[in-house]
Ligand binder design. Structure first.
Ligand code: IVH
Length: 715
């Protein structure tokens, strides 16, 4: 196929030919890369190889939307001097849901049973292992050879640290084939890079002696040692690696988590010990207690233990929710605490105008990290804890969460007493707009809305943040400085930055902290985001209550920006026409009712959404963005399924699976799951004891499926 296609000039290819040729080129170039880099045995001349790459690039330039996740133009090639090349993981790297107490562990087990619809008598074996505090790594092995190592990054895309990882003795360059299972042709092995406590102490001792900055904790030391552009630096650092999981595999290699561990060990990986297969919750709690007791004796730092459903077929059925698997749980150790003095209380303004009191503390080390700021949540919390400026306070830090002030130490308050904190009546911003505390809410809000410069900056920071538009090189500090000098006022302005630079203001490259290279990288990073997925776009707008999960639901439901926007505009008009106190979605209007009917949205969220669309300034922001970026439609996960793009409602009890599993399955097949039946519903699955929804479905003449029919459809 490749032969005749390549005879055609790129500009006469149609999309189907282009897609086919890109697939063939990806495979062919990958094979040549392996021959060249791994086997030292190139199969074609350098000139021919370059020709293949140029052809690939030319086709991608003409059909950018056909660019493959495994595109050769993304894979090999020297890392840019300014940093590491980005690598897309073949399977997303997830994080773990956390539990802090026994109740939550119980809920985790109960949820699994409910989801899988298990009999009370059916045992659910759980594999428990220590949770190492390091950084996770994805190792791609092709035919048993390590070809790529990448950090977790945002879970979808990490940094290529292959050269660095090759210096870690615990990471096999070739997988041993004599264990319980031979390595499959393709396997992504995952695990944690970390530094042992003793090695960390020694490294810091040497750095201190040499007058270099010391690392705050072993985790930071491991991360800093791995991400070195000069591989020789990494090589000199005592990094270690445990394998505990996997991503893509071309063939299954185990039936249980326990077996998989044995297979990983057989391939040459070290495992995080001590692990244990536990039959029930008491066994898990016993394990947790033991490991907590031995925490200080282990040679590495751990911040809890991880529980994983042992059966891999169950793991697959359980799937993922948000960014964590349902089959696993991190049971964290109690937070570390310390005492220090409260120097001042600052007020921070959030992007929706919420005012948060922040404790300004005398710096103190809590669990290996220096803390000088901590949240005080809100006015009620300050009053309840009776925390006053000048007090000695107890602070706590758990994992990555923001440190908190727990309590004031009353017996250490100065004899003369201290003044209680009075919440300010005006926003700390230059406009000093009045502060309001809405009835029934715990938070104070700035009433400046869009005029408040602090809110504006926070909105802009949110817009470019990692989970939103994700512009590399633009952090809070840079955004604030661009805002203050009038370069950026609304999100659309980011996309004019390069064109206006040096004309409307002195070049960014000449600003303090910037140079020609970093300014150029910034412009490139912005350019790379001219095309953004709809769900990120929605999330980036920073609409109240619209987090990543809801943004994704909206993107899936409305598919394109145009459809979403017209539906929201209509819903906003309906809401405006309805009496304020109307709380029944159906009575407001059809577009509003449809929005409320999305499982996971509901009335309050819908109200905030339409409020956003009712504000003319927001519509201007949207229009400006639309003129500058292209918003990619939400992808239907499985376009070939009969359920793709359809709306489905489940009602009544299902026998063979829980409602949650049915919902997850339907969504994986590209369907939207709604909570209520309307004329827009495509299928209604009726279980036993179905009530009014089944009747309504029949009245509307909708397609009603039995559980059996649904199972067939869902495969
Ligand atoms: S399993 C699909 N097992 O903890 C689940 N993770 O808080 C993938 N971690 O990103 C992770 N020890 O970096 C797993 N025994 C262990 C772990 C472990 C540490 C890290 C890992 C993960 C993070 C989530």
């Amino acid at each position: 196929m490749g032969g005749d296609l390549r005879a055609q000039p790129v500009d006469v290819l149609d999309a189907a030919d282009a897609a086919a040729e890109l697939a063939a080129l990806a495979a062919e170039i990958a094979a040549h890369d392996r021959a060249y880099y791994q086997d030292d045995r190139p199969a074609i001349s350098d000139g021919d190889y370059d020709g293949l790459r140029r052809r690939n690039e030319a086709i991608e330039a003409r059909f950018p939307h056909l660019k493959r996740a495994d595109s050769p133009s993304e894979r090999v090639g020297a890392a840019p001097a300014a940093g590491f090349a980005k690598r897309r993981h073949r399977h997303a790297m997830l994080s773990l849901a956390n539990a802090f107490g026994e109740d939550e562990v119980g809920e985790f087990l109960a949820r699994i049973r409910r989801f899988l619809n298990l009999d009370a008598a059916e045992p659910v074996a759980i594999l428990a292992e220590p949770k190492i505090d390091g950084l996770s790594l994805n190792l791609l092995y092709l035919d048993g050879r390590l070809v790529q190592a990448a950090t977790r990054g945002d879970g979808t895309e990490g940094e290529d640290v292959t050269a660095n990882v090759r210096t870690i003795a615990d990471v096999p360059a070739r997988l041993a084939a004599d264990g319980p299972a031979a390595p499959p042709a393709v396997v992504e092995v995952r695990g944690e890079v970390y530094m042992e406590r003793a090695a960390f102490a020694e490294l810091n001792r040497r750095r201190g002696a040499a007058g270099e900055a010391v690392f705050a904790n072993p985790r930071n030391a491991a991360a800093g040692s791995l991400r070195q552009l000069d591989v020789a630096v990494t090589e000199g650092r005592p990094l270690r690696f445990f394998g505990y999981s996997w991503g893509e595999v071309s063939a299954p290699f185990a039936a249980t988590q326990g077996d998989a561990r044995a297979v990983l060990a057989g391939w040459g990986f070290r495992l995080n010990e001590p692990a244990r297969l536990c039959a029930d919750q008491p066994a898990l709690m016993a394990y947790y207690g033991e490991i907590l007791g031995r925490r200080a004796d282990l040679p590495f730092e751990i911040d809890g233990v991880v529980y994983k459903v042992d059966r891999l077929d169950w793991q697959a059925r359980l799937g993922t929710v948000a960014r964590a698997p349902r089959f696993a749980l991190a049971h964290k150790f109690p937070a570390e605490q310390a005492e220090t003095r409260l120097l001042a209380i600052d007020i921070q303004v959030g992007r929706t105008g919420a005012l948060t009191p922040v404790a300004h503390l005398e710096p103190v080390t809590v669990g290996g990290v220096v803390v000088s700021r901590a949240t005080l949540h809100n006015a009620d919390e300050i009053a309840r804890k009776d925390v006053r400026v000048g007090d000695h306070v107890r602070v706590q830090r758990a994992g990555d969460v923001i440190p908190q002030v727990l309590a004031a130490l009353g017996d250490r308050r100065p004899a003369g007493g201290l003044e209680p904190f009075v919440f300010p009546e005006h926003c700390p911003c230059p406009l000093a707009t009045p502060v309001l505390r809405p009835d029934g809410e715990a938070v104070h809000r700035c009433t400046g809305e869009l005029a408040c410069p602090y809110q504006q900056v926070e909105k802009l920071i949110h817009f470019v943040s990692r989970d939103a538009v994700d512009i590399d090189g633009l952090g809070a500090k840079q955004v604030q400085s661009f805002f203050e000098t009038g370069m950026i006022q609304t999100p659309g302005d980011f996309f004019d930055l390069a064109a206006r630079d040096g004309t409307d203001w002195p070049p960014i490259a000449e600003r303090e902290g910037w140079g020609a290279k970093s300014a150029d990288n910034l412009f490139k990073a912005i350019e790379a985001r001219r095309s953004i997925p709809l769900e990120r776009f929605i999330y980036a707008l920073g609409i109240r209550q619209i987090g990543q999960a809801t943004a994704k639901l909206l993107a899936r439901t409305y598919a394109t920006l145009a459809d979403w926007q017209s539906a929201m505009t209509q819903a906003a008009a309906e809401r405006r026409a309805a009496p304020e106190e109307q709380r029944k979605a159906d009575a407001v209007g059809p577009a509003f009712a449809h929005l409320c009917g999305i499982d996971g949205v509901g009335f309050a969220v819908a109200d905030d959404l339409v409020a956003f669309f009712g504000e003319s300034h927001n519509l201007e922001v949207l229009a400006a963005l639309e003129a500058r970026v292209s918003v990619e439609p939400a992808e239907a996960p499985a376009a070939d399924s009969a359920l793709a793009g359809k709306t489905i409602v489940f009602t009544g009890a299902l026998e063979s699976m829980s409602r949650a599993e049915a919902k997850a399955r339907a969504e994986a097949l590209g369907a939207k799951v709604a909570g209520s039946v309307s004329a827009r519903t495509d299928f209604v699955v009726v279980g036993t004891d179905a009530g009014s929804k089944a009747t309504k479905a029949r009245d509307l003449g909708l397609t009603v499926l039995s559980e059996e029919e649904w199972r067939e459809m869902a495969g």
